[in-house]
Design a protein around this ligand. Structure first.
Ligand SMILES: NC(=O)c1ccc[n+]([C@@H]2O[C@H](COP(=O)([O-])OP(=O)(O)OC[C@H]3O[C@@H](n4cnc5c(N)ncnc54)[C@H](OP(=O)(O)O)[C@@H]3O)[C@@H](O)[C@H]2O)c1
Length: 343
């Protein structure tokens, strides 16, 4: 028996070409296909939310260096949150909510491999892509495991108003640190302080970033939580503290560049006996449930907010939503909410 609406079709978004500059709708092609039928041991998933992840811009580059590339002609790969609408699988029932890495489409068949069960009594379905999902888990382990800031130390987080940054700032505050966000525009900066409890926020698009950091962090910077790289990282490196740490989470500013550039101000690492450390969230997969338990407790106690930017649209709007993400239109995790969403 089909759990899909009569006449339903499956819109799918493919990469048309390697993008130049920002990735947007012109780089993508929307195709329509019939809704697939699950076979024995398979389920049919209906997409309700599309995850918008800055890292997609990195894997659509024309470079053989990356393991997880999306090439022209490929379905664009990303995570969705949705519902099982048909099941021939003993472990999954119709009505179960899941996160799945099935790409940008309305429907997908899965044999259950890699499906993540979502208990929506713990967090809304969309949050399983954001604060309660990979973005929040990234921030959690980067702060509590890789950085471990102590009370009174100063953490500077760039990309602070984004999916990872909003969570990282709140976690660093919970650790007792003094937290300074770097984000684009005065409105985002005010929001970080007023809504999320950052101690200060600095607009990297206006004025001398280095001078503003010196003013906001008079005792220098113990931890640079780097989401964006480039000029923003460079100006922060000039003010790193003795034995400071740079946590390399991402390099959003470089992903769209023809030539990705490394830090120019690395010399301060030597002088200040500081270090740079790489980080990948999937190294912590066996502890995700522990992290979510803590997040749930903090959220219930009013100490943690899952900030979300909902783009209402359909699968074919993915390209515009992604362009909006890189234009900085989001505060918190951006998701595309699809018409099928019921929670
Ligand atoms: N290491 C890991 O395991 C891991 C896991 C997940 C994500 N990541 C990384 O974390 C970073 C953040 O990802 P996200 O999904 O949370 O994205 P996001 O921060 O929600 O969205 C991207 C933001 O980047 C900012 N931005 C865009 N272009 C910029 C530029 N040229 N310079 C400075 N800022 C720019 C914009 O904010 P403004 O308005 O402030 O410019 C935009 O809102 C990415 O680099 C991603 O690859 C790493």
């Amino acid at each position: 028996m089909s759990g899909t609406a009569e006449g339903a079709r499956n819109n799918q978004v493919y990469l048309k070409q390697v993008p130049q500059g920002l990735l947007g709708p012109d780089d993508m092609e929307v195709r329509q296909a019939p809704v697939p039928e699950p076979g024995d041991g398979e389920v049919l998933i209906e997409s309700h939310y599309l995850s918008m992840d800055a890292a997609l811009r990195l894997i659509v580059r024309d470079s053989k260096d990356f393991l997880f590339r999306v090439e022209p002609g490929d379905l664009i790969r990303n995570s969705i949150a949705g519902k099982i609408v048909q099941s021939n699988h003993p472990d999954w029932a119709v009505g179960d909510y899941v996160v799945a890495g099935v790409g940008v489409q309305n429907y997908a068949v899965s044999d259950g491999t890699g499906l993540e069960r979502c208990d929506i009594s713990k967090a809304p379905l969309s949050a399983w892509l954001g604060g309660y999902g990979v973005s929040g888990l990234t921030a959690y382990f980067a702060i509590f495991d890789a950085c471990k800031p102590q009370p009174g130390q100063t953490v500077v987080i760039n990309g602070a108003a984004g999916a990872v940054g909003t969570m990282a700032g709140q976690f660093a505050k919970l650790a007792g640190a003094r937290v300074i966000g770097i984000a684009g525009g005065p409105e985002k900066c005010a929001w970080l302080v007023d809504e999320l409890g950052f101690d200060a926020a600095v607009d990297y698009k206006d004025g001398d970033l280095y001078e503003k950091l010196v003013e906001a962090a008079p005792d220098r910077i113990d931890f640079i939580f780097d989401n964006v790289g480039g000029h923003v990282l460079d100006e922060s490196l000039r003010w790193i503290a003795l034995h400071g740490t740079v946590l390399l989470c991402g390099s959003t500013s470089q992903y769209s560049q023809d030539e990705m550039a490394g830090p120019k101000q690395y010399i301060w690492l030597g002088t200040m006996r500081a270090r740079m450390q790489g980080f990948v969230v999937f190294d912590y997969a066996d502890r995700f449930e522990t992290a979510r338990k803590h997040m749930s407790e903090w959220a219930t106690a009013g100490k943690l907010k899952f900030a979300e930017h909902v783009f209402e649209g359909d699968v074919q709007d993915f390209g515009q939503a992604f362009h909006d993400l890189y234009s900085g239109k989001n505060k918190g995790k951006m998701v595309v909410k699809l018409p099928a969403a019921d929670s």
